[in-house]
Design a protein. Structure first.
Ligand SMILES: Cc1ncc(COP(=O)(O)O)c(C=O)c1O
Length: 354
């Protein structure tokens, strides 16, 4: 989280803008929270340049919830295509099987360390949507460009799970029908899920879809059909404002974040590639700017590496249990100085242990 956002939230914790209430004490239907929610939506729309024919929904259920909510809303119980690029898209495809035929149209298994070339995807003529995970958090694989499904001969809308790189780079909405993501990586606290959906995809839900998860119902009620995660919306709203204010040379907002994220990722990957001590196995064409999995070539040194990192204030570096090794998650709020500190530690560890 950006420190400025946490500080502002702390200042406003007991009394939001002289209302005599903290945000957690507000009715979601009161005028104060209405101001917060409206501003959050407008700021997100401006930040990500979301076109006017898309709805922004504030929901609950997280990324895994959306793995069911998307097919409940879009599949019509028929079929959908899945591009498998790592742990999260595997989970999405498995969950969707409960609601429709979930075709695997491409996969980068077993290594999950490169992206399957879109020209080779076996897209189905009658898929209700095509799903991909645009940043695989665990495997460290990111789409640097979204595929143009129309150019690949598919009429289906593209669904992207952008949970772990939302707001780290612009989104090309001309290629996307629906994007979803949990807020907890780049936007705010856990509990808020962002869904951005093109209007023509509303109103297709299966009869069994819970009303609170029916995109049309949520859209028709401005995300207040049920009580939304008000605290999450408030903090995400502050984060959207913070993101909009960021500049990098002539760039601002999400373009500024992208420039910063490119610089952060380059520093870390260049160091890893230049060292004989550490290793990153992902193809350079699709390395994630947010999640950098890396390995010590001598795995016997893992515990010492992690203990030294902790002592140096470098936290949460242990890799996901399914992959092992290390993972540096360098989300938006991580400043370049944080990555410099990590590289400095890695260099010193290598010097003293090689
Ligand atoms: C890309 C991606 N999708 C889905 C999820 C699952 O999200 P949640 O825990 O909010 O259900 C995660 C969580 O890390 C993720 O990184």
């Amino acid at each position: 989280m950006p420190e400025a956002v946490l500080q502002r939230a702390a200042e406003e914790m007991l009394d939001w803008h002289g209302s005599g209430m903290g945000v957690m004490e507000m009715s979601h239907r009161g005028k104060e929270f209405g101001v917060i929610a409206t501003a959050a939506e407008a700021d997100l729309r401006a930040l990500l340049a979301v076109p006017s024919d898309f709805h922004i929904l504030f929901m609950q259920g997280g990324g895994l919830g959306e793995n069911a909510i998307v097919p409940l809303n879009l599949s019509r119980g028929t079929e959908a295509d899945f591009v498998i690029t790592g742990s999260w898209s595997i989970k999405s495809q498995k969950e969707a099987q409960r609601y429709c035929r979930a075709n695997v149209v491409a996969t980068n298994a077993p290594g999950h360390d490169a992206l399957p070339d879109p020209a080779g995807w076996k897209l189905s003529d009658s898929a209700s949507y095509v799903h991909l995970c645009s940043n695989e958090t665990i495997n460290g694989v990111e789409f640097q460009q979204l595929p143009d499904l129309a150019a690949l001969g598919s009429k289906a809308p593209l669904v992207i799970d952008f949970s772990s790189h939302v707001a780290s780079r612009p989104v090309d909405w001309s290629k996307v029908g629906l994007a979803f993501g949990g807020a907890q990586k780049n936007l705010g606290p856990a509990g808020l899920t962002i869904v951005i959906v093109r209007d023509d995809l509303l109103g297709r839900a299966l009869e069994v879809c819970p009303s609170a998860f029916n995109y049309k119902t949520v859209a028709d009620n401005q995300s207040m059909y049920n009580t939304p995660p008000t605290w999450g919306i408030y903090i995400a709203g502050l984060t959207f404002q913070w993101l909009r204010q960021q500049t990098e040379g002539a760039l601002s907002g999400v373009e500024a974040m992208e420039a910063r994220n490119i610089a952060k990722a380059k520093l870390l990957y260049d160091f890893i590639d230049g060292s004989g001590f550490y290793d990153n196995k992902v193809d350079p064409s699709c390395r994630s700017r947010m999640n950098v999995p890396f390995f010590l070539r001598d795995e016997g040194r893992n515990e010492a590496f992690l203990a030294g990192a902790r002592a140096a204030g470098l936290l949460q570096l242990k890799g996901h249990k399914s992959v092992g090794g290390m993972r540096a998650s360098i989300y938006n709020a991580m400043p370049l100085a944080g990555v410099q500190a990590l590289v400095g530690y890695m260099r010193e560890f290598e010097r003293s242990h090689a």
